[in-house]
Ligand binder design. Structure first.
Ligand SMILES: CC(C)(COP(=O)(O)OP(=O)(O)OC[C@H]1O[C@@H](n2cnc3c(N)ncnc32)[C@H](O)[C@@H]1OP(=O)(O)O)[C@@H](O)C(=O)NCCC(=O)NCCS
Length: 252
């Protein structure tokens, strides 16, 4: 409970301090999401914005045995403490192939600049064997169901904010990436556009993912402790077969 409650305060306080602004203490009368917007921006949060942010938190909260959750469970399975398990999970999450992808997706949208450039951008990256961030998934082979929800949220938020550009860029990227590589968006593509329009700085997008996933990680760690057995996968040796040892003085 403390980790879930304090992470938003840490992230918002970090941003206020680095931008030379006063720190805003949490307001316990606000929702988890509304309180984060309050501590970050210092304005009474728009209830609709808080609802949108809450939707992203729910969608990011847990997702079976993803890399960071698995990391947390491996650490917990040694009977190490909760904080160590969560620290490890954050380390796994920040990689661009996992939670770091939302920041990369936003940088990509900014580089693309407008929907008309999406096709050339995707074509060039694929030709150079580079990844298109926010696309593909280790488990889903069709559209990530979380992306379906966030696509609609991104569209509606863009209309409400009079900023249709982000939805247009992301949906043009979606169309052309599907066409050219058969890949569908994952959760991080439209989440980036939503966070950007909520005024979240790009380098706080992955910390926000961690904030939301804290609920899932801590629940998994508790579950691990409740019925623990150390997680110790095996591995298959594929190196050279056993060789005979020749004492050094007998070597030519
Ligand atoms: C998520 C991810 C790591 C899954 O990787 P994976 O399980 O190895 O993916 P697949 O086995 O389905 O990949 C099949 C092929 O598509 C390619 N591919 C997968 N995702 C791609 C992407 N985003 N852009 C370009 N090519 C991609 C792979 O390189 C592979 O190509 P190959 O057959 O020519 O070697 C991968 O899709 C990726 O790196 N995505 C971008 C990062 C991202 O958005 N991460 C957030 C995940 S929620």
């Amino acid at each position: 409970m403390r980790l879930i409650a304090e992470t938003p305060t840490m992230i918002a306080t970090f941003d206020r301090l680095r931008t030379g602004q006063d720190v805003i203490p949490p307001n316990p009368s606000l929702s988890h999401a509304g309180n984060f917007l309050w501590m970050l921006h210092g304005d009474e949060p728009d209830p609709e914005d808080a609802r949108v942010l809450d939707t992203t938190f729910v969608l990011y909260a847990d997702h079976t045995m993803n890399a960071s959750t698995f990391t947390a469970r491996v650490i917990a399975s040694t009977l190490s403490d909760m904080f160590s398990a969560i620290t490890g999970a954050i380390g796994a999450l920040k990689g661009p192939l996992h939670g770091g992808a939302n920041e990369e997706a936003q940088k990509m949208a900014e580089e693309v600049g407008k929907a008309e450039n999406a096709e050339a951008y995707v074509r060039e990256r694929l030709a150079n064997h580079q990844k298109i961030m926010g696309f593909g998934h280790a488990v889903y082979t069709t559209m990530d169901p979380r992306a379906t929800v966030l696509k609609q949220v991104c569209k509606e938020l863009g209309e409400r904010r009079n900023q249709p550009k982000w939805y247009e860029i992301f949906s043009a990227l979606e169309e052309t990436t599907l066409e050219q590589k058969g890949l569908y968006p994952n959760v991080d593509l439209y989440a980036a556009g939503v966070y950007h329009m909520l005024g979240i700085p790009t380098d706080l997008m992955t910390p926000l993912f961690a904030l939301a996933r804290m609920a899932g990680w801590t629940a998994h760690v508790r579950e691990q402790y409740a019925d623990n057995r150390i997680i110790r996968p095996g591995s298959t040796y594929v190196g050279p077969p056993a060789r005979s040892y020749v004492p050094i003085e007998e070597r030519s």
